[in-house]
Each structure stands twice: as structure tokens, then as C-alpha cells.
Design a protein. Structure first.
Length: 570
């Protein structure tokens, strides 16, 4: 029995005034017992009821007198758990009671532990138990099974959580139910198969046995034709969750959204459809996804997780869950701060890469080797960390998140100049590459059907990914194929059909691609490209040939030893 219980125990015939005095004198920090409540017991310690400060306020407002007995205001049927028992068992019983009886959370915010004779053993806070206990008995729902949601779902399942995954696309659900991911991520297929039908299930709804206690939202937030965020998938996910949301559930957003969207867009939908109040009836947090494609499973376990809640309880509950997955959690003060963190991370990278790319455009006009001057500027100078240029800053995140940041700023009457210009630089890089290829081919006027070989189709090569969303390879191909129909593409990570669906020719290997090529353009830095003997490969090309090594993978001096090949890098 907790030795401090006497400080919050009263008798049924004690006056309301005496009980109020006891409530005022109670110091929860010293007793380690929840405040705002007294236990009403008989002399032998048997529980007969409870009274909270709220019960007393309502009683006095209804005409009760200070000298009246507290028994007149007490709740004679409080929720109790027979103990002693574990924190997990207490939480499980409390959550089940909330679910079955539709109780308001406040009814179970404090839980009384009694023995078989109803004598009080302890009083505990629901939220203290939540924070301190192993929460893996809770069922977790993941809405949106793309790069963000699926990697998170399989990681949580692998840690022992029960996970229900949902995606709006039936084909995606069907593929995952067979154990086949719809994209490449190192280690993902093995982890999916390890957990499928054990800790991870793919479902078409969250009803009945699929109902969850925690919901992660990881749907896409694409841009519309005006470069403004389209929240249709976020609305759909919010409505789907709102219809099944119950008292005590937690909703955690991972999708990139405009600043304020969680509070002003998602929360109203959840409240309307559930009839519950955010921060009171259910909990809401924003925890931005910041993993890099190709290393997502590794980074989910190692990167600090940033968490901002609609209130501190929401943030604490989310941090507790993440504590089972990663070594570090960073709490910020609001939903909006957490939303901004994601936008800062990707916008900063976009601006930094765009600086390097604009530098490349300038250096080419000045006749200066961009790589050499960047390496010289960085070497031994800690205050300079300029990246090397690339063919354009692409990917599903980096090409859209800066625009979401721009729209967020514009709601407060500021149009970010630097961020907007950084985005336009990538388009300038694409135009530059296109002009250089056309310039070279114009020097071969008798060539009837020039062959262009593109190395790399995913938006990046390292870490390896199959993702072609926002890929500048796709954009370059779209520009070139208007006049050059004979474009061959090879990427060891990208599916053959994803290349063919863009009206391009699939090269099954690098040798096939180099053979007879007039132009070879390296569009990503897949490790496989650096392993080839570039001199032998270039011997297979149609001379004169043009190697546009946009990533600077190959040694200029080695290429120069192959006669009839023009070499250029950014």
C-alpha cells in the first residue's frame, strides 16, 4: 500500500470544507500521487467513493453547503482495478473500458488500485502509466503506405508493435499482402515478409478488430498546377480516422503540410467526425518524417524524432512511443514548430544544392572548372561546405516542400525571394543540359537517328532508390524526346515498366546502353556506374560521342584517352 495515501483519504462523514482543506494541502510532487482528488474510505481502508475538485465545485454551485458531508457529492462507483498488477494490465483494462462504454477520458484520468476486499492499494495517473510503461500492447494504424508510411510501419512491427497498414490504392494493398513492396528500399522486402501476418497486417479499413489506439498519417501532399499544396489526400485520411476515432486515441501526422494545417485543417475534421475534443478526448501531434530514401529503415532507428503536440500530454505520449524506436526525441513547443522543422530541413537542402548549381552555370560561362574551385574553396576551411553540382534538385520532397514553405510564408504577407529563386535554378540546369546535348548533335548533321543513352532514371543514385518522382531524368527525357525519339535508359534500381511507360527504350545493362550511343548523359550517381571501366564502355559508342557526366563520376584524364569523345561535367 502506498504510504502517502492517508494524505488524500477522507471519511464519508467529513465535511466538504475539511475535504477542500485536504485538497489544498496535498502536494503531488511530494506524495507522487495525482492531485485534485480524494479517496473516501471506511476506517478499515475500504473504498466507498471518490470526490474531485470538479465534483465539489459543481456541488457548491448546485446549492451544497460547506458543512455538508462529502458523501453527498461523492462518486460512489469509480473505476477500480484489482491489484496488485502491472502498469500494462491497468492501461489495457482502462483503454478497454473507454472503448466499450464510451466514457469521457476524465472519468479514467486517475485509476484506483484495490485488493480483493476493495481496500485501496494505490492511486495512479493514466498518463503517468502511459509515459512510463511499455506501450507496445497498443495497436497502431498507418494511413498511407508509400516511402514514409511503409518503412515506418514495418519498423514498428519489427519492434513488437501490432500494426495495421492502410493505403487508398487496392493494388498497393494487394502487393503488400503478398509480401512485395511497390518500391525499392534496402532491406524492406525482407522486413516486410518477416512481420506480415504476425505484427503487421494490411487492411482496407480500421473497423472492428482493425480499430487502433494510435494513428500515423503519412499520405502525400502534392502540389497543384499553381504550385500550391493540394490537401485532398490529407482530408481523406483525416475523415477515415475521424470516423473510427475513440476516447484516448492519438493521431500523429508525418505528412509534410503547410504551417498551421494540423491545427486548422486536420483537427477540425477529426473533431467533427468523432465528436471529441483534440487535446482532451483524443491527442494530436506532428512528428515530421526526415529519413532519406535508401536508408530509411536505418535512419528511423537512429535519427532524433522531432515532436510537437496540440498540448504537452499529446507530445509526451508521442515521445513515449518513439522512445521504443530511436535513442533521441526532440520536443518543440507547438504543432506549428514541428511542421516548420520539416520545411526548414528540405528547403535548406534545396537552397544549398541550388547555390552549387547556379555556381556551375556561372563557372561554365567563365571557363572555370566548377568541381576544382568548389574543392579548393572547401579544403581545410571549416566555414565552407559547398556541395558539388548536380543535374537538378529533384525528388518528391525537395521539389515540393519549398513551395509549401513559400505558401506558408505568404499567409503572413511575405513572399520568400531566396527560396523561390532556388527552385528556378533547377529548371535552368535542365535547360543547360538539354542545350549542350542538342549543340553536340547539331555538329553531326548527317546523323539520322541519334541514340541518347541516359544513365540513371531515379531522382538520385545514392543511397539507391527506385523513386522516379521529381526525377530530372524524367524531365530531361520529356524535353529531348520531342526531337530525339531514340532515347535509351538504364537504372539498376528502377523497374523496366517505369521506363517504358515514359515512352523510352529500356537498356537491360550498361553495355547495351553504351553500344552505338552518340550521347551518354549520367543523370544520377548510382554506385554501379562508378564500378565500370569507362574507357572500355566508351569504345562501344558511335564516334564522335559526347559524355555529359553531370555528377563528375569519371576521371577526365581517363576519358581523354578514348579518341573521339567529348567530355563535360557540371
Amino acid at each position: 500500500m502506498n504510504p502517502n495515501l492517508s494524505k488524500i483519504c477522507v471519511r464519508p462523514d467529513d465535511s466538504i470544507k475539511a475535504v477542500l482543506d485536504k485538497l489544498v494541502l496535498h502536494k503531488p510532487a511530494q506524495t507522487k500521487l495525482p492531485g485534485g482528488i480524494v479517496l473516501i474510505t471506511e476506517k478499515d481502508g475500504k473504498l466507498v467513493g471518490i470526490a474531485t475538485d470538479g465534483d465539489i465545485r459543481r456541488g457548491l454551485a448546485g446549492g451544497a453547503k460547506m458543512e455538508d458531508r462529502i458523501s453527498a457529492l461523492m462518486n460512489g462507483k469509480p473505476f477500480v482495478v484489482q491489484g496488485p498488477t502491472t502498469s500494462e494490465a491497468i492501461l489495457s483494462l482502462a483503454s478497454e473500458k473507454i472503448r466499450k462504454e464510451g466514457l469521457h477520458r476524465d472519468r479514467l484520468s486517475k485509476i484506483i488500485i484495490v485488493d480483493k476486499d476493495k481496500k485501496v492499494l494505490d492511486l495512479v495517473s493514466f498518463y503517468d502509466l502511459w509515459r512510463k510503461s511499455d506501450v507496445r500492447f497498443r495497436q497502431i494504424g498507418v494511413v498511407g503506405l508509400g516511402y514514409v508510411g511503409l518503412t515506418l510501419g514495418v519498423t514498428l512491427a519489427d519492434l513488437g508493435f501490432k500494426v495495421i497498414g492502410f493505403d487508398i490504392a487496392p493494388a498497393v494493398r494487394k502487393s503488400l499482402q503478398r509480401g512485395k513492396p511497390h518500391f525499392y528500399e534496402n532491406g524492406l522486402e525482407r522486413m516486410l515478409k518477416d512481420n506480415l501476418s504476425k505484427n503487421l497486417r494490411i487492411a482496407s479499413n480500421f473497423k472492428g478488430a482493425n480499430n487502433c489506439d494510435v494513428y500515423f498519417v503519412s499520405v502525400g501532399t502534392p502540389l497543384d498546377g499553381n504550385k500550391k499544396p493540394n490537401l485532398k489526400y490529407l482530408r481523406n485520411a483525416s475523415e477515415r480516422i475521424g470516423k473510427v476515432l475513440k476516447e484516448g486515441d492519438c493521431v500523429i501526422l508525418r505528412s509534410t503540410v503547410p504551417v498551421g494545417a494540423t491545427r486548422n485543417f486536420v483537427v477540425p475534421i477529426l473533431e467533427k467526425l468523432s465528436g471529441l475534443k483534440a487535446g482532451d478526448g483524443f491527442f494530436v501531434s506532428f512528428a515530421p518524417e526526415r529519413t532519406i530514401e535508401g536508408k530509411a529503415l536505418e535512419e528511423l532507428r537512429n535519427l532524433p524524432q522531432v515532436v510537437g503536440g496540440i498540448n504537452r500530454v499529446s507530445a509526451d505520449l508521442t515521445a513515449t512511443l518513439f522512445g521504443h524506436m530511436t535513442h533521441s526525441t526532440v520536443l518543440v513547443d507547438s504543432l506549428e514548430e514541428a511542421e516548420t522543422v520539416k520545411l526548414i530541413n528540405n528547403t535548406y537542402r534545396d537552397v544549398t544544392f541550388s547555390f552549387a548549381n547556379e555556381l556551375s552555370l556561372i563557372c561554365h560561362r567563365l571557363g572555370i572548372d566548377t568541381h576544382r574551385v568548389i574543392e579548393a574553396a572547401n579544403r581545410g576551411y571549416a566555414r565552407s561546405n559547398v556541395p558539388l553540382p548536380g543535374p537538378g534538385v529533384g525528388g518528391a520532397c525537395l521539389e515540393k516542400d519549398p513551395f509549401i514553405f513559400i505558401e506558408s510564408a505568404k499567409t503572413k504577407d511575405y513572399d520568400p525571394l531566396l527560396v523561390r529563386h532556388a527552385r528556378s535554378v533547377s529548371d535552368l540546369m535542365l535547360d543547360f543540359i538539354t542545350r549542350e546535348i542538342k549543340r553536340f548533335l547539331a555538329g553531326k548533321p548527317n546523323l539520322r537517328n541519334p541514340k541518347v543513352f541516359m544513365m540513371g532514371f531515379a531522382f538520385k543514385g545514392q543511397p539507391v532508390t527506385s523513386d522516379i518522382r521529381g526525377s530530372y531524368s524524367v524531365k530531361l527525357a520529356d524535353q529531348l524526346k520531342k526531337n530525339i525519339p531514340n532515347i535509351h535508359v538504364y537504372d539498376p534500381a528502377v523497374r523496366r515498366e517505369d521506363i517504358l511507360n515514359h515512352g523510352l527504350r529500356y537498356a537491360g545493362d550498361l553495355k547495351t546502353g553504351f553500344t552505338g550511343a552518340d550521347v551518354v548523359v549520367v543523370m544520377n550517381n548510382n554506385p554501379a556506374f562508378g564500378e565500370i571501366d569507362i574507357r572500355s564502355a566508351l569504345q562501344l559508342t558511335n564516334k564522335p560521342a559526347f559524355l555529359f557526366d553531370t555528377w563528375g563520376i569519371y576521371n577526365r584524364e581517363d576519358v581523354a584517352k578514348v579518341k573521339g569523345v567529348e567530355y563535360k561535367r557540371l
